[in-house]
Design a protein around this ligand. Structure first.
Ligand SMILES: NC(=[NH2+])NCCC[C@H](N)C(=O)O
Ligand SMILES: [Mn+2]
Ligand SMILES: [Mn+2]
Length: 312
């Protein structure tokens, strides 16, 4: 049986690099494409549609309009709005959107499109970081640390998007409720994020839990928590230990092993509930050639893991 898959190898434009300070995340999708992703997925039985780049021809963004604590806000908002529309359309056409980042700010657009089409989606966020900040709580102002912060209502109320140029598309946008989100792999969480995870009751499996229960138990609990929902997997490559994923911008030691990282994808594939995915933060410019190649290869292997490679 062929399952149609819509691969976004197009999100390689400048805006998605603007969610963090390093150049280079925009070449992630191209390198995954050149690494043979489409062929690998076709060999798994997927029908792959490789579209041309999304047209992000940017209007003159008034850089001065950007708030200091939301760097490149108008650019990130512009690209997120375009991606949200395309993802929503493709889901409604019955396709599986796979978004290749780009930094994790791509999830602002991808999750908005996914939740417009499937409001009850369960989100598995595999990451060293919680990405639960808003500009007011962010120490860096980097918007790759804010996708979940901007899409959830916090204990101190809904966010006023009129403060964020380029983000008016979120004013009446879908919101993520705490029970539809699960974290796996956390090990670098900011103070306010920690408070909000607790206050909102978000299910979070840190690396301590991975050590304590083992990845098998963690994933079983995570999938059980989201049972009955279509799943979205947002896979930040920095969830993996830097020894196996050196080419990324916010490295944190003590991450998932190579096998744990694959198990996460394999067990999600076996659930039969995966309906969309992002893979983000591959940045070949932040390591030597070997490290860049290793990280891109890891990205390819993780994608084929969550797209069914291990299902015999
Ligand atoms: N997707 C990521 N790599 N996020 C890193 C976020 C780091 C930090 N919490 C911040 O908000 O700046
Ligand atoms: Mn992230
Ligand atoms: Mn991260």
């Amino acid at each position: 049986m062929y399952i149609y898959i819509y691969i976004y190898i197009s999100f390689l434009r400048a805006p998605q690099t603007y969610g963090q300070p390093f150049v280079g995340t925009d070449s992630g999708p191209r390198l995954l494409r050149e690494g043979g992703l489409a062929t690998m997925l076709t060999q798994l039985g997927w029908r792959v549609e490789d579209i041309a780049d999304l047209d992000f021809s940017l209007h003159e963004m008034q850089e001065s309009a950007n708030p200091a604590n939301a760097r490149n806000c108008a650019l990130v908002g512009h690209a997120s709005n375009i991606l949200a529309d395309v993802v929503e359309t493709k889901i409604k056409e019955g396709l599986f959107p796979l978004i290749l980042g780009g930094d994790h700010s791509v999830a602002i657009g991808s999750l908005t499109g996914i939740l417009r089409a499937r409001p009850n989606t369960g989100i598995i966020w595999v990451d060293a970081h919680a990405d639960l900040n808003i500009p007011e709580t962010s120490g860096s102002g980097n918007m790759h640390g804010m996708p979940l912060g901007l899409l959830m209502d916090h204990p101190d109320g809904a966010y006023d998007f009129s403060k964020l140029p380029g983000f008016d598309f979120l004013v009446d946008g879908p919101r993520i409720s705490p029970e539809q989100l699960v974290y796996v792999g956390l090990r670098d969480v900011d103070p306010t994020e920690r408070l909000w995870i607790k206050d909102l009751g978000i299910k979070a499996f840190t690396m301590t839990d991975v050590d304590n229960y083992g990845i098998g138990q963690v994933m079983s609990k995570a999938l059980d928590h989201l049972k009955g929902r279509p799943l979205h997997l947002s896979y930040d490559i920095d969830s993996v230990d830097p020894a196996d994923a050196p080419a990324t911008g916010t490295r944190v030691r003590g991450g998932l092993t190579y096998r744990e990282a694959h198990f996460v994808g394999e067990i999600i594939a076996r659930s039969g509930s995966l309906a969309s995915a992002d893979i983000v933060e591959v940045n070949p410019s932040l390591s030597d050639d070997d490290g860049a190649n290793e990280t891109v290869e890891l990205g390819l292997q993780l994608i084929t893991s969550f797209m069914g490679k291990s299902i015999i």
